[in-house]
Design a protein around this ligand. Sequence first.
Ligand SMILES: Nc1ncnc2c1ncn2[C@@H]1O[C@H](COP(=O)(O)OP(=O)(O)OP(=O)(O)O)[C@@H](O)[C@H]1O
Ligand SMILES: [Mg+2]
Length: 589
Amino acid sequence: MKMIFRFLKPYRWLCFFTILVMLLDVAGGLLVPRLTADMINIGVESKNLDYIIGKGIAMLAVTVFSGAGALLGSWLCADLSAKIGRDMRNAVYDKSLTLSAHDFAQFGTGSMITRTLNDINIIQQSVVWCIQMVLPVPAVCVMGVGMAFAIDTVMGFLLIAVTVLIIVLAVLVTRRASEIFGRLQKLLDRMNVVLRENMTGVRVIRAFCKERAEEQRMRKAFEDYADTSISANLLFAGLESAAFFVINICIVSILWIGGDRIGAGYMEIGDITALTEYSIMILFYIIMAQMVIILLPRARVCICRIREVLEKEPEITDGPGMMRGGTTDAQSGSERAEKAVGKETVCFQNVSFRFPDADEYALSGLDFVCRQGQTTAVIGGTGSGKSTIAKLILRFYDVTEGAVRVNGTDVRDISQKELRSHIAYVPQKAWLFSGTIAENLRQGNEQAGEDEMRRVLKTAQADFVSGLSNGLDAHVSQGGTNFSGGQKQRLSIARALMKKADLYIFDDSFSALDFKTDAALRRALKKEVADAAVLIIAQRINTILDADQILVLDEGRIVGCGTHGELMANCPVYREIAQSQMKGGKANV
Ligand SMILES: Nc1ncnc2c1ncn2[C@@H]1O[C@H](COP(=O)(O)OP(=O)(O)OP(=O)(O)O)[C@@H](O)[C@H]1O
Ligand SMILES: [Mg+2]
């Protein structure tokens, strides 16, 4: 509840007016039966047409007033709901940006999407329903029962008895609903995860002829959800029938007891009409409120899930300091001179790292330096820890032991934003965003003009863009699926090159390129990023032959460090990799 109030707080005046308008609507609704009763008791009894017309006009005025109140109330509620929904989504999204890869993995992408879309939708709806249907209930009950007591005490007690009966029924049903809706939400999550996996991996499923197995998995997820939904709907149906049963019993009782009371002279015929309408109105509001209350456990589950995200303490938090001597557009001459002599851009100091929840170390005792103006290459077998080095530099994870320094500052001492502003990164899995090529490139530099983009595309050997009918405005599908693996790689290299950085990291970014393009790209790259430090992670030896320093990684340890020539002479692991890739003893450069 605290969380809901937090989001409602900025709109407290809107809430206040909404509730006020809803109450005016209720008051109007309760006044009409009173006017009807007077019309029948006095006007019809004495055949006084003027009185009847007068009451009729009053009824019309109250109905118009009450209808306008209902309309305005609904509009205000919709406005309030949309605003808190928007604020919650923004808050969850902002939070998700601060979470580390491990934090995020704890929730799972599917669950995060369900939480942001579905859960917040349910919370939004519940808030509106509570304001529209639950909040007016006490007012309706008090006013309705009060009006009934004003007509006849016995009838007043009858209405109290029925009201209490329905409230008891509501409490009993709510307990059962809580459990069912909790389960329903978990099953929705599961369905989302399976669906997402199937949709994104559809080609793999087809290639391995796994349609049948996946179909069964999907069907199971759908069926479980459907079964639980049926239980929830049965609960609603049972409640609805029970409620109508109680309403009908109540009306029969009013007519029956009312007949006796009229006979005894305590009431008039018009009062029966008013009492019936009061009872229907009270019971209608209680039943509607009950339906909403049944749904509240589901909203509570959703609130807990959103709170879980919002209250998650990120494992990786920003340091307080500023980076010393990073690249900025306004660099001093002495800084540039310092670069020329090969300032330490990245420094690993006895770094060991174990992924959270993993038993084994992914990296052990790493010591190396990447210098400005130099290319450092990392080579090693699959799973040897190459990408993990990049992730530690970017601080996607924190080192378990030792320290990583960028521009002389420990990455834990500065803000992640500042750290990453000095680094241009091409991830191992090239990922493009839906939109246009230009929009993707502008993620590297928002201000970049078309000439700059064309120049960078040329460096990244992505000339194919000029051959596309829309050129830079060519459409990119989600994830870049309308481009080949090599094209995606080149576009994501171009995106990184758009950024002016101290350090360029290419994580296996040339793997899908043919040898000729790979060599041309590296030549062009040398000129483009001559001022910066470059870290190239590769599996192919010919990609790293020219590097100033090559680190050979084997099971998370550096087993060799030097130039190609030095390593060929001294490092058996490197020699083995090189020989396995060389044709006739010479690498295919
Ligand atoms: N999120 C993770 N949680 C636990 N272990 C992980 C995680 N990511 C990677 N690992 C493990 O860490 C080790 C190093 O992984 P890394 O991705 O750095 O390898 P790599 O050298 O880049 O491999 P490749 O050449 O296939 O890209 C592997 O053994 C891998 O199983
Ligand atoms: Mg890798």
